[in-house]
Design a protein around this ligand. Structure first.
Ligand SMILES: Nc1ncnc2c1ncn2[C@@H]1O[C@H](COP(=O)(O)OP(=O)(O)OP(=O)(O)O)[C@@H](O)[C@H]1O
Ligand SMILES: [Mg+2]
Length: 244
């Protein structure tokens, strides 16, 4: 693919002396959904956090044609990068609307109002509940709010860390449908998911991470058809249409 939107080359990320991610190379093109699948502790969250600038990284991270390896988080958000973190990290004692406005605090007011309407169009449930405290939302609604808050900064690339975590299959289907709609609206997606089956259904390309390294990459169809992936990640997965 030419001119990737995000390109990570030879990334190494350590916690003290412990190297959690080694030599990770990955790209996400414009209008692409790319997924990273891997077991617990593989290093997926670590990599997303480093791309966002929360953790320092060796190697090179480029975004929208510029080197952002040393940029701070705020400047990465301004450049069009946004992360919905694994544990959503909402402000529980604030309303839905206030949480959204925090997501758009850097955006000029008129633009923030437009973004908010777009978020409400994408998640009508949030509009109905705009005065409700975030901490009292259901798990699915909290995930919608976390995504909505990230979208307030009008990202070019949205990174999602385990959006289906703890959610019932019907809600997961809803969230994944929304991810597809975001792609249609021109937002590229980097998706980390334990629910590999659902992720591979929606993704264009996939990477498999084991013990801090990418061991495989390819189109979602190639990865989904690989016998090792089937055995390790698709064998007896719950969720999606497959709940039993
Ligand atoms: N703050 C930290 N300090 C030290 N080690 C950490 C820290 N955060 C993560 N690790 C370690 O780094 C490795 C990768 O963790 P990470 O959270 O990136 O995995 P993951 O692939 O996101 O797993 P999961 O699927 O469970 O979310 C693990 O061995 C983990 O114990
Ligand atoms: Mg994780």
């Amino acid at each position: 693919m030419n001119a990737a939107l995000l390109s990570v080359a030879g990334a190494g990320i350590s916690y003290g002396k412990v190297e959690a991610v080694r030599n990770a190379t990955l790209s996400v093109g414009a209008d692409e959904i790319v997924t990273i699948i891997g077991a617990n502790g593989a290093g997926k969250t670590t990599l997303l956090n480093a791309i966002m600038g929360i953790l320092p990284v060796s190697g090179r991270v480029a975004f929208a044609g510029r080197d952002i390896t040393r940029l701070d988080i705020e400047d990465r958000v301004a450049a069009g990068l946004c992360l919905v973190p694994e544990h959503r990290e909402l402000f529980g004692t604030m309303t839905v609307e206030d949480n959204l406005q925090l997501g758009g605090f850097r955006v000029p007011r008129a633009k923030a109002a437009r973004e908010q309407e777009r978020v409400y169009a994408l998640f009508p449930r949030l509009k109905e509940r705009r005065t409700q405290l975030a901490g009292t939302l259901s798990g699915g609604e909290q995930q919608m709010l976390a995504m909505g808050r990230a979208l307030m900064s009008h990202p070019k690339l949205l990174m999602l860390d385990e959006p289906s975590l703890g959610l019932a299959p019907l809600i997961v289907a809803d969230i994944f449908r929304t991810i597809g709609e975001l792609k249609q609206a021109g937002v590229s997606i980097l998706l980390v998911e334990q629910n590999a089956r659902a992720a591979l259904e929606i993704a264009d390309r996939a990477y498999v991470m084991e013990l801090g390294e990418f061991i495989m990459s390819g189109t979602a169809a190639e990865i989904g058809g690989d016998p090792r992936v089937v055995a390790s990640y698709l064998g007896f997965q719950h969720g999606g249409d497959d709940a039993r």
